[in-house]
Design a protein around this ligand. Structure first.
Ligand SMILES: NC(=O)c1ccc[n+]([C@@H]2O[C@H](COP(=O)([O-])OP(=O)(O)OC[C@H]3O[C@@H](n4cnc5c(N)ncnc54)[C@H](OP(=O)(O)O)[C@@H]3O)[C@@H](O)[C@H]2O)c1
Length: 258
């Protein structure tokens, strides 16, 4: 009998950890949750809280991580009923002011690792559910956040195309939150550097994850939490992007000068 599992990347904190907690509660048929992240201590704390957690402490920007996970998958041949790719990083600075290694890390983790992880898991995912963490930043290019927004536009595009390729076999949902109250906001330079227009949109990880799981089960293409983000999404569709880009650039400049 194949073991029924969920794999959650970025599980040591933020939304990834919340996905682990909520999947453990809401999906009793999941026997193990494979929690992937670098911070072993945080994963061990999560394991004490959620007994079905199995720790995979690894750096997803390293090819060796995928080689060892591939070996485990080939050996155990589990059924992956949920794959949640939540590991991600962002730097909120203009491109010319960002270190090359930070740009590379964002692309490596947000695009390459997410793609490789998805590909690696696909043979085990039949009739399963894939949630790929994109962002509201995927809706329009964002000066001051250019590479992050571009990396999330990649995730959104990838998720939508993959969904069509896997129709009838695996449900794929792109999760596109606005700002969420997780350590991510501090890592990317602190809330004080966030443009004012984004601050009222900060959501709780609990609510965003609850909606993402619901939308995933309903087989929705996108999961967009909150009325403000849905309005933003509509504006991004209706207004010419050069206008949106200018608004964002000016509001960002205002924050940098303050
Ligand atoms: N928070 C927001 O405002 C927001 C909004 C929209 C979209 N998102 C996206 O949603 C996802 C989750 O964000 P979050 O807010 O939960 O972020 P977070 O709190 O910063 O958590 C990021 C997770 O990624 C893991 N990670 C980072 N680098 C890694 C690496 N090299 N290898 C393996 N794991 C790595 C981190 O664990 P370790 O450090 O232990 O490795 C952590 O568990 C991300 O993709 C993010 O881009 C976030």
């Amino acid at each position: 009998m194949r073991k029924n599992i969920a794999i959650v990347t970025g599980a040591s904190c933020g939304m990834g950890r919340e996905f682990v907690r909520q999947l453990a509660k809401k999906e009793p048929c999941i026997e193990e949750i494979w929690a992937v992240a670098r911070n072993r201590t945080a994963l061990e704390a999560l394991q004490r809280e959620v007994s079905s957690v199995r720790i995979f402490s690894t750096d997803m920007t390293k090819q060796a991580s995928f080689d060892s996970l591939k070996l485990v998958l080939e050996k155990e041949k589990p059924h992956i009923s949920w794959l949640v790719c939540s590991a991600g990083a962002g730097t909120q600075k203009e491109v010319a002011k960002t270190e090359c290694r930070d740009l590379e890390n964002m692309i490596q983790l947000n695009c390459t690792a997410l793609t490789l992880m998805t590909r690696l898991c696909l043979p085990y995912c039949r009739n399963g559910q894939i949630l790929l963490l994109a962002s509201g930043a995927a809706f329009v290019p964002q000066p001051g956040f250019a590479v992050y927004a571009a990396s999330k536009a990649y995730v959104l595009s990838f998720a939508r195309a993959l969904r069509r390729e896997l129709k009838g076999q695996v449900r794929v949902t792109a999760v596109c939150p606005g700002p969420v109250d997780t350590p991510f906001l501090d890592k990317m330079g602190g809330r004080e550097h966030m443009p004012a227009f984004k601050k009222p949109f900060i959501a709780s990880p609990h609510s965003v994850v609850r909606k993402a799981i619901k939308d995933g089960k309903k087989g929705r293409e996108l999961s967009v939490y909150g009325i403000s983000m849905r309005v933003t999404q509509i504006f991004c569709k209706l207004l010419p992007h050069r206008i949106m880009i200018n608004i964002m650039y000016k509001s960002k400049r205002g924050v940098d000068r303050a």
